[in-house]
Design a protein around this ligand. Structure first.
Ligand code: HEM
Length: 223
């Protein structure tokens, strides 16, 4: 098991954006290689299994959006990096309906309940931690855009229906990510706050890996 050690790479990466990218790189690789994510990007994940994953992610996005928007009310740095445009839960709901799932019927797996608890407890302990957790799901749009293309082909989808939450910015993806990172790097975080943000991101990566693995075990099925 990898031991996560914040700050280990800070001598070569100074901005919070660089720290996040460098210090969570191994976790990103593990997330990408998890069986469900690998099946997704290789076009092997069955539609029902994808809908099962989306349902769990709806609950994660709802909890995260509640936490970040709440933290933004009391913490200016959180307010600076957050906007309603970043909400993904409404798009996940649309995608679920497209796949024939009633969003209100989704029940959390134990691993999803654990992420919801993690989001709540870390944000209560320090609102800036929510930035690190938000980084993981906002940054994931970068890879999800490619996954959306695979899914459209494999599930024979027309237009954006069924992949709205994977590709929320469309052709503006690069610009939206550069602008989010610039607003993050413009904040003056203390060293302790930086560590909390990076720790929040690492915990969120692990939590999403756990949810992906749990969905794979429960409804994982190949096309
Ligand atoms: C098969 C699955 C995945 C693929 C193919 C993938 C691919 C990518 C790619 C191509 C980038 C852009 C890298 C760059 O431009 O520097 C990226 C960035 C990112 N991805 Fe993934 N990804 C996957 C899964 C995930 C998952 C599951 C998460 C979250 C749990 C995630 C979180 C991120 C984050 C946070 C970034 C931003 C890194 C940064 O610039 O700071 N990715 N991903």
């Amino acid at each position: 098991m990898t031991t996560f050690s914040p700050g280990a790479a800070s001598s070569v990466a100074t901005s919070i954006g660089d720290r996040l990218k460098v210090e969570t790189a191994d976790l990103h690789t593990r997330a990408e290689k998890s069986p469900l994510q690998a099946a997704l990007v290789q076009g092997r994940l069955a539609r029902e299994a994808y809908a099962g994953f989306l349902g769990q992610m709806l609950l994660v996005h709802e909890a995260l959006e509640r936490a970040v928007s709440g933290a933004a009310c009391s913490h200016p740095a959180v307010a600076a990096i957050w906007s309603d445009e970043q909400r993904k839960a409404p798009l996940v709901r649309e995608d679920l309906v497209f796949y024939g799932v009633d969003p209100s019927s989704v029940a959390p797996l134990a691993e999803t309940r654990a992420v919801i608890d993690l989001i709540g407890s870390r944000t209560t302990a320090d609102p800036v931690a929510s930035i690190g957790m938000h980084y993981v799901l906002e940054g994931a749009n970068n890879g999800n855009q490619f996954i959306a293309r695979v899914i459209r082909k494999v599930y024979a989808l027309d237009g954006a229906d069924g992949t709205k939450s994977l590709d929320p910015y469309g052709t503006r993806q690069r610009e939206a990510w550069a602008s989010w990172k610039a607003s993050l790097n413009a904040q003056a975080f203390t060293a302790v706050e930086q560590d909390r943000i990076v720790e929040g991101a690492a915990a969120m990566f692990q939590a999403i890996i756990d949810v992906s693995d749990a969905v794979w075990r429960s409804v994982g099925k190949e096309v």
